[in-house]
Write a protein that binds this ligand. Sequence first.
Ligand SMILES: Cc1ncc(COP(=O)(O)O)c(C=O)c1O
Length: 436
Amino acid sequence: MFTSEDQTIYPIAAALSADGSLTIAGSDPQKLARDFGTPLYLYDGQTVRSNIQTLQQLLKDHYPSEGAVAYASKAYFSQRFAAKLAQQQDIEVDVVSLAELKVALKAGFSPKQIHLHGNNKSAEEIRTAIDLNIHALVIDSLDELAFVEQIAAEKNKRVRIWLRITPDIRVATHPHIETSAASSKFGLHVITGEAEQVIRAALASPYFELTGLHCHLGSQLYDPIPYAIAIERLYTLASECGYEPQEISPGGGWGVRYTKNDPLTDPLDWIRTISQTIQQQCERTGFQLPKIVLEPGRWLAARAGVAIYQIGSQKRMPDGTRILAVDGGMSDNPRHALYQAAYSAVILNKPNAKNLVPTTVVGKFCESGDVLIAQIDLPEAERGDLLLIPASGAYQLSMASNYNLAPRPVVLWLEPDGQFELLQRRENPEENSWWC
Ligand SMILES: Cc1ncc(COP(=O)(O)O)c(C=O)c1O
């Protein structure tokens, strides 16, 4: 069950009530599951706010110039969630599609707070970003630089851009969430010379204001050293081109804990390393200190969210493992199917059960890869029991699908004293395109 060891996996407002059952911000997740049905996702507002403020404060305390935190909306975004974020002071947002851009605007973000990423932006996405004069359109290739320049010339507008540089370094994470290696589809690779070529071309064009350099190394990283190596490469490249960046964005990627086997890391190490490296590089090159723009997604959202499922059928495998099937699965959480992600879990209505059984938690979808947790010890369970999986706030719902025509789950936002609001309604299949 939830113990003090698990504190950093569960939302900040998670607590145990007198009978040992879990509460979040004063709400009873079992009651919410009964009232709203399952699968049910809950976001703890206090965790989201506290995570944003922690990073903002660390930047203030450890970097002697300007710094900003931009939420990577791909981790989880919906209109009402975006509106909660937009209320936070000084937050910026990273979007990668027209829909994310529109949601950010409608939620209250100003264009000056928005960065548009993506390795294959459409003409419509580029035109919209130019018309809105967003904070930065992030150029991903030489080809894209020419495409954006053509659109800017048609509009006779100057575009504020960053360049996404790929420093060609490996990082310790699953290959599917590694984005800085020589084989990455993202960004302007340093080793091919494309990065240098694009810096020079951007500086020479009347249609671009090159305000910054960006890199994103990968996700779920626990080691700050690759950030230092990458920043050093950005500065070497910039100084070789005679270019002084006003903004440096070392991306997001800082890791969170999903299970007790994951390291307990402190974002202080991440931010201190970035800050110190930038200061050293500015001393070396004689450049002014730039504004730092961090782009965390997972670190801001993962811990805030929990997923709740109802247990259905169970069976024993030939090796003795018990299979527990729940009423969600890869359609709301494809992370195990995509990169063998590990999770912890509790059976909500059996807080004090002692007899643990080696278990695999699977979903209800027609794929053998439809696994939520490959290996976990859980108590004896019965049909109708409620399984809660913590650290479910990032890259689950945002990658959810309608596989087997499953409706996407209902999502609530929790505030102290048992208050909650609807963030997302459970999808109504009859309103979906496959129904007409
Ligand atoms: C450009 C960029 N910035 C930020 C992020 C956020 O990464 P994370 O959620 O690991 O912090 C990503 C994730 O893919 C990204 O591609």
